[in-house]
Design a protein around this ligand. Structure first.
Ligand code: 4NP
Length: 162
C-alpha cells in the first residue's frame, strides 16, 4: 500500500501525519506492506525541513519527522494507492490536478476516518499558536490509527467494509 499525505505547505500537517502513520505501521509490525510519504499542493516550502513546531510536538510524542518538503506531482496521482488530504482546499486542488492529468481521483479526507470528525478538516496551524499543533497531533493520531485499521481491512480482505 502506497499512502501519500497531502496538505498545503508540506511542513506542518502532512509531515506529522506521515510520521505518525509510519510509527503506527511499525508498531503493528506492518513495515513490509506500507510505503508512506507526504507532499504539499503548494510549491513555497520545497526543500525545507518540517516546521519546528511539528517537529517538537512529534518528538514530545515519540515520533520523528523526516524528509523535506516537496510539491505533489502528477505521477503521485497514479503511483499512490491512497492520497489522504488534510482539508477541502487540498481536495479541490488535487481534483483539479487529477482532471488536468486525466487520472482517476483516489483521495480521502483524513478526518473521514475520525471518530469525532468535527468539520472534517485538519485545521491549518501555521499562523496560530503552539496549542494548534497539539490539537493537530491529537486529530492526526486518532485518524491515522483508524485509517490504518481501515487499510488493513482492505489489504487483507477482512472486515467486510467498503
Ligand atoms: P501545512 O501548513 O499546509 O500544514 O504545511 C502551512 C504551511 C505554510 C503555509 C500555510 C500552511 N504558508 O502559507 O506558507
Amino acid at each position: 500500500m502506497r499512502v501519500l499525505f497531502v496538505c498545503l505547505g508540506n511542513i506542518c500537517r502532512s509531515p506529522l501525519a506521515e510520521a505518525v502513520f509510519r510509527s503506527l505501521v511499525q508498531s503493528r509490525g506492518l513495515d513490509l506492506h506500507y510505503t508512506v510519504d507526504s507532499a504539499g499542493t503548494g510549491p513555497w516550502h520545497t526543500g525545507q525541513r518540517p516546521d519546528w513546531r511539528s517537529v517538537e510536538v512529534g518528538l514530545r510524542n515519540g515520533v520523528q519527522l523526516t524528509g523535506r518538503a516537496r510539491q505533489v506531482e502528477a505521477r503521485d496521482l497514479v503511483n499512490c494507492d491512497y492520497i489522504i488530504v488534510m482539508d477541502r482546499q487540498n481536495l479541490a486542488d488535487l481534483l483539479a490536478l487529477a482532471h488536468a492529468n486525466n487520472s482517476p481521483p483516489r483521495f480521502r479526507l483524513l478526518r473521514d476516518f475520525d471518530p469525532e470528525p468535527g468539520d472534517s478538516q485538519v485545521p491549518d496551524p501555521y499562523f496560530g499558536d503552539a496549542d494548534g499543533f497539539d490539537r493537530v497531533y491529537e486529530i492526526v493520531l486518532r485518524c491515522c490509527s483508524a485509517l490504518l485499521t481501515y487499510l488493513e481491512e482492505k489489504r487483507t480482505g477482512t472486515g467486510g467494509r467498503a
